[in-house]
Design a protein around this ligand. Structure first.
Ligand code: XBP
Ligand code: MG
Length: 254
């Protein structure tokens, strides 16, 4: 059994509740700014999250919900422009401090860094969104905490495809067996486990009811010493929050 050499973090839903507090309002602000009478409710957004990638999500919405919609020019060009506008609104929301990190995230990152544990990110969201979130929550130096940030269109096939994890492993010159992934969604679990990684799931309000069969453990959050997590599936032993010791145990035993 190889020792744990790296932790690979998902972003949206895992590091922060970015979907509810950031992406959803940013999409709706972009629709309004473009004079569209579209408004995604929290419930509809929970369904649309099945499609990863904001631009892909817009195209899916048009196909499934507004099949008669015809933009002035090419639909794909329209979706790209609308998505760029959404990304700009998202950056403003992050800069306003509207999206704090979830419990335990900063604590675990700092413990891992202090222990010399290698860190990376594997996300479907756009690189600029990762940059904004890390910079405004941890400071601009935090981008350097991650050896590799695999984001958005750097791979052709987004989660649940394993491509983004393969990309990160290749850049790090590590095997899947050397690493553990931390994710929030079934799409993320399928992507990480599809690349051969053991995966810790920290659910959020959109993913709580999803099927996490195959995860090393399923938690409601990473937890803090004073605010223990709830184990939804799997065995955390005596641990009450996610730290390196628990990750090493899960990496060894699951
Ligand atoms: C979640 C996603 C992203 C975000 C929106 O990514 O599927 O598409 O919903 O971000 P993660 P973009 O892998 O971090 O959970 O609009 O930039 O795609
Ligand atoms: Mg996610």
């Amino acid at each position: 059994m190889t020792e744990l050499k790296a932790i690979i973090f998902d972003v949206d839903g895992t590091l922060a509740d970015t979907e509810r507090d950031g992406h959803l309002p940013a999409f709706n602000q972009a629709f309004a700014a473009h004079g569209l009478d579209w408004h995604w409710s929290n419930q509809l957004y929970g369904e649309l999250l099945a499609v990863t990638g904001g631009r892909e999500r817009i195209l899916h919405y048009v196909r499934e919900y507004c099949p008669d919609f015809r933009p002035a020019g090419e639909l794909d060009a329209f979706a790209r422009e609308l998505h760029a506008s959404k990304t700009s609104f998202y950056a403003s929301l992050v800069a306003s401090g509207a999206i704090p990190l979830r419990p335990g995230v900063e604590r675990l990152l700092r413990e891992a860094r202090d222990a010399g544990m290698r860190l990376a990110i594997a996300t479907t969201t756009s690189m600029s969104n990762v940059d904004a979130l890390l910079t405004y929550t941890l400071g601009v130096h935090a981008l350097d905490w991650f050896e590799v940030i695999g984001a958005g269109d750097v791979v052709a096939a987004k989660k649940p495809a394993p491509d983004i994890y393969h990309h990160v492993l290749e850049k790090m010159q590590l095997a899947a067996q050397d690493c553990i992934a931390i994710e929030d969604s079934r799409n993320g679990l399928l992507s990480a486990s599809g690349a051969g990684l053991k995966t810790v799931i920290s659910v959020d309000e959109y993913t709580r009811a999803q099927d996490f069969t195959g995860a090393a453990i399923v938690l409601d959050q990473l937890g803090e010493p004073q605010t223990p997590f709830t184990v939804l599936a799997g065995d955390a032993g005596a641990a009450t929050f996610v730290d390196l010791a628990l990750l090493r145990k899960l990496h060894r035993d699951c």
